[in-house]
Ligand binder design. Sequence first.
Ligand SMILES: NC(=O)c1ccc[n+]([C@@H]2O[C@H](COP(=O)([O-])OP(=O)(O)OC[C@H]3O[C@@H](n4cnc5c(N)ncnc54)[C@H](OP(=O)(O)O)[C@@H]3O)[C@@H](O)[C@H]2O)c1
Length: 303
Amino acid sequence: MSKPSLAAIRTSNLAARWSYRPTAMFVGATSGIGEGTAKAFAQATKGRAHIIILGRSRECADQIIASFPQTPESRYDFIQCDLSLMTNVVAAANEAKTKIEGPLNYLVLSQGMSHAKGFTPTSEGIDIKLALHFYSRWKFVDELYPLLEKAAAEGQEARILNVMDPKKTKPIDVTDFGLKKDYSIIRCGQQNSAYNNVMVEEYTRRYPNLSIAHVYPGWVKTGIARNTPMYAKPVVAGLRLLCKSPEECGEWMLSALLNEKYKQGGFFLEEFGEEIEILKHGEEVRKLLVEHYRKETDLSSPA
Ligand SMILES: NC(=O)c1ccc[n+]([C@@H]2O[C@H](COP(=O)([O-])OP(=O)(O)OC[C@H]3O[C@@H](n4cnc5c(N)ncnc54)[C@H](OP(=O)(O)O)[C@@H]3O)[C@@H](O)[C@H]2O)c1
């Protein structure tokens, strides 16, 4: 089946209707894919929404919020946070809880970075890339699932969209969770992809009333490659010619987020929102990964 056109997707997004004012949180939305998706959501709701965006740059957040449609029912918030630390994730989630008046309908996770360095531990001992691309994402779910469950209980939308890459996976190395022994950029991408897939399965079991999707955005012309080393810049410049804009990607991401087919359950999606088959990792690996995740993000024990 051929994919719908961008124009058709945009029209369909703009035709979405809510009988209540939806609340959506976009984590990592001060640029790139998160920004594109938050903007598409603001347009689709015509400003009748509570939107919270998270990231470090207040300047970017202010500009993005200024571009949203304004109505008497609009409420837009920014939470400034460095999400490479789990303590900060908990603080940001707590701040969000004080701002959210009712349930939370949508949680979109796209915080991320790229660099060509090796294992780079944060002060909590987790590799910074994995902290942003894996641990912080599920930590947000841990902190906010009651508000999503509340939405589901009230018959409202209750969805999580995790923007990363469900198809890059390789078998999980259970002897090296967190890649503290053997780290490379490629291995990090593959293990991170597999970790996120397994967590979709785990959290779908725990919270069967929610929709939890892991989606690949495709190649998108964002700031993600800003730390590319000089020698690789010409290649990146060439690849950018093949990329979608963040606005275009945002429409596709929103279309996946609102798709009736994915209203409840766990899903693995490609860049235009179709479901894909993924490599399965089995019960034992799932248990071990969840145990590892719990230990790494347990703030009651020293790093
Ligand atoms: N672009 C692509 O082609 C592509 C392809 C596949 C997967 N992805 C994945 O999609 C995700 C989003 O990427 P993007 O292309 O949209 O990149 P981007 O434009 O660089 O956006 C990344 C977002 O994450 C936030 N962020 C980064 N470090 C942070 C930190 N320490 N604390 C809090 N927020 C932080 C940034 O905000 P601040 O700088 O304000 O903190 C920004 O809002 C990434 O995980 C990326 O790996 C991207």
